[in-house]
Design a protein around this ligand. Structure first.
Ligand SMILES: *Cc1c(COP(=O)(O)O)cnc(C)c1O
Length: 386
């Protein structure tokens, strides 16, 4: 996709186009895969770096009713944008965040007996407080009540006095590996814990699946799925043909084009050696903008595949190291008229996705998205906006 013909303010070096229609498509697609479950969306870390203040209301407008944030501060900041939805705080309450959670009508996830005790005390006598999610750990050893804590809770029933548990949840460790025996084991543990607790809580809903968990099939959907990465277009199962629509396109401006007709090196550490006549373009994006330094040539005997950028359909591989604010690409294969200073080059998009960049850099698409820097001019497209 070409950079849409939108007015780009002067002095901007890079543009991140976020396609709200693609996000809506992906939300509906996840809903069609899990038709009996509610689809809640993870908007933590500013909607994976793409802008929660714009994305959350867009999703609410097409029927998303539950959003998952990591911290109470994230949830409180979003409350005005999505006033009539449930905002669930995955990290749960602590002594200083409980007033914020109550004030903004957030829904805490209770991850330990200590959090439960704190919340019960804080919420006592405040009828306006929401129900809570109860998180049981079934294999992550990260957040959530362990087996011993669940047993203790089942015998120490006063701890749940006055608390309305709406959902019992857990989180899958290996959802991206459908053959892992962990998946079924974690599901059994969650359902057993929910059954044991139901004597105290009454019937509750259950939740287990993240994006990859949705693809594990109906047994894993339960009452509410918590989708993030798939909504933002990542290909969480590394399928040949992603089922998700590409959401982001990242473009950087060409600052300078250099004809090199004798042997030369490019960038810090001289890790790229030019042996034949070439054209090298320098782009206004670097690792400070989240174009991962590990995606460049780290040494001159680095043989990993090259990250690739595109001008229209012509490839321009990244050569040399990624600098803080600059990136060098070989535009020898791009028509000279297209590779001129001022033109925009596609760094992430239909040809080379966030997942592809992550592969080259030895990480995951989630990290590529959440590291997208604040210098990119963000443009949100939808319907007739271009
Ligand atoms: C981040 C998160 C999710 C969303 O996961 P994706 O893989 O992005 O779909 C779901 N549940 C919990 C507990 C999370 O922390």
């Amino acid at each position: 996709m070409r950079l849409p013909d939108t007015k780009i303010p002067p002095g901007v070096g890079s543009v991140l186009v976020v396609d709200l229609d693609a996000i809506a498509h992906n939300f509906r697609h996840i809903q069609s895969l899990a038709p009996t479950a509610e689809v809640g969306v993870s908007i933590k870390a500013d909607a994976y770096g793409l802008g929660a203040a714009t994305i959350a209301p867009a999703l609410a407008a097409i029927g998303c009713q539950t959003f998952f944030a990591a911290t109470a501060a994230e949830g409180a900041a979003l409350r005005p944008a999505i006033p009539d939805t449930e905002i669930v705080i995955l990290n749960g309450p602590d002594a200083v965040s409980t007033p914020l959670i109550i004030e903004h009508r957030l829904t805490p996830v209770i991850n330990s007996l200590a959090q439960l005790d704190m919340w019960r005390t804080a919420a006592a006598g405040k009828p306006q407080t929401n129900a809570v999610y109860l998180h049981v750990d079934t294999g992550m050893s990260r957040l959530g009540l362990g087996e011993a804590e669940v047993s203790l809770l089942c015998t120490d029933t006063a701890r749940l006095d006055g608390i309305d548990v709406s959902v019992v949840m857990s989180h899958l460790a290996c959802a991206d590996d459908p053959s892992s025996p962990m998946n079924a084991r974690q599901r059994e543990r969650l359902l057993a814990a929910a059954a044991n607790l139901s004597a105290l809580t009454g019937p509750t809903r259950t939740s287990l699946a993240n994006s990859a968990g949705v693809f594990l099939g109906p047994d894993f959907h339960l009452d509410i799925v918590r989708a993030g990465a798939s909504i933002y277009g990542l290909n969480v199962l590394n399928q040949k043909l992603s089922l998700m629509r590409q959401v982001i396109h990242l473009y950087a401006k060409i600052l300078q084009v250099r004809e090199v007709d004798k042997p030369a090196t490019v960038g810090y550490g001289a890790t790229h050696r030019i042996a034949r006549p070439s054209r090298i373009a320098t782009l206004a994006t670097g690792y400070a903008d989240g174009y991962l330094r590990a995606a460049g040539r780290l040494t001159d005997h680095d043989t990993r595949p090259l990250a690739t950028t595109f001008i229209d359909d012509a490839a321009a591989p990244v050569v040399g190291r990624v600098s803080m604010d600059l990136l060098t690409v070989d535009v020898s294969g791009v028509p000279a008229a297209a590779a001129q200073p001022g033109a925009f080059v596609e760094l992430i998009g239909d040809h080379f996705s966030a997942d592809d960049l992550a592969d080259v850099a030895g990480t995951i698409g989630y990290e590529v998205l959440t590291r997208l820097g604040q210098r990119h001019r963000r443009i949100y497209r939808s319907g007739d906006s271009d």
